[in-house]
Design a protein around this ligand. Structure first.
Ligand code: ZN
Length: 267
């Protein structure tokens, strides 16, 4: 079976659309005010029977893929990647040369997250970072849930990991994870010897990092206690709220959101 077919079988369109907008039961179907055009009386219908949506106002309609493509502004392959984990369907990681640029940037961020997280768990260099996080009251399960990581005090730690996996420097630079040296025409890791907090978008894709100086370097660090990823194709600072991916369902069910200032406050 095609992954897209398997995903369609496993996900219910009503549950999926409910993640975005409130639906009201209307006989066999569900309805809402259309998220794609402005209206006061609902003409947007969802059919659990046919697993499709249709708006009688603007004419938009289709299956779950069509819905997330419209809602999130995605290509089909991107919608596939968004829905696969929700359906518990594993997609084979594509060859970097055969996927869209946006997806490759996403993969770079994901590889970075895993690399930093492994270092925090296993590297002897991360001993002080582990102690610091423990001292701040973070349990191991919290660290795992938020995928906190650690970057080594190296100029090319992450760069080499990514190059080995087939990514080009110019492409990695677009994620903000490496910086081009002004005069030497070479690249180096942006984040070195820091505690790494991945910043996720509302769909739990890593789009950036916020990096805290390693505790033993705090006195001598000149770059600042926290440094963050720059604005990139994946990371629009004014559109991302840290922790929203984890809190969104509860915000909806409680009709209440609590906003705090810092990442550690959220964690
Ligand atoms: Zn509409």
């Amino acid at each position: 079976m095609q992954p897209s077919e398997e995903i369609k079988q496993k996900l219910d369109i009503v549950d999926l659309i409910r993640d975005y907008i409130p639906l009201t039961q209307a006989g066999m179907n569900f309805r809402a005010c259309c998220p794609f055009h402005n209206e006061k009386t609902p003409s947007f219908m969802v059919s659990p029977d046919k697993q499709i949506f249709h708006c009688f106002g603007c004419g938009k309609g289709g299956d779950i893929f069509k819905f997330v493509m419209e809602m999130e502004g995605l290509e089909f392959v991107e919608a596939l990647r968004l829905l696969a984990p929700k359906a518990g369907v594993e997609l084979r990681r594509q060859d970097p040369r055969q996927t869209s640029e946006r997806m490759r940037l996403q993969d770079i961020m994901d590889i970075s997250r895993k690399y930093f997280n492994k270092l925090l768990r296993e590297s002897p260099s991360a001993e002080n970072a582990r102690k610091y996080l423990k001292g701040r009251g973070l349990k191991q399960e919290t660290i795992d849930e938020w995928q906190v990581g650690f970057s080594l005090e190296l100029w090319d730690g992450l760069l080499n990991v990514l190059k080995k996996q087939g990514y080009k420097e110019a492409e990695i630079e677009k994620t903000g994870m490496i910086i081009k040296h002004q005069t030497r025409h070479s690249y180096f890791d942006r984040f070195r010897a820091r505690i790494m907090f991945p910043i996720m978008d509302a769909n739990s894709n890593v789009v950036a990092f916020s990096a805290r100086v390693s505790p033993e370097k705090e006195a001598t660090e000149q770059m600042g206690k926290y440094i963050n990823s720059p604005q990139t194709a994946l990371y629009n600072k004014s559109k991302i709220l840290f922790g929203l991916d984890k809190a969104k369902r509860e915000i909806k069910s409680q009709d209440l959101a609590i906003v705090v200032e810092g990442q550690m406050d959220v964690v």
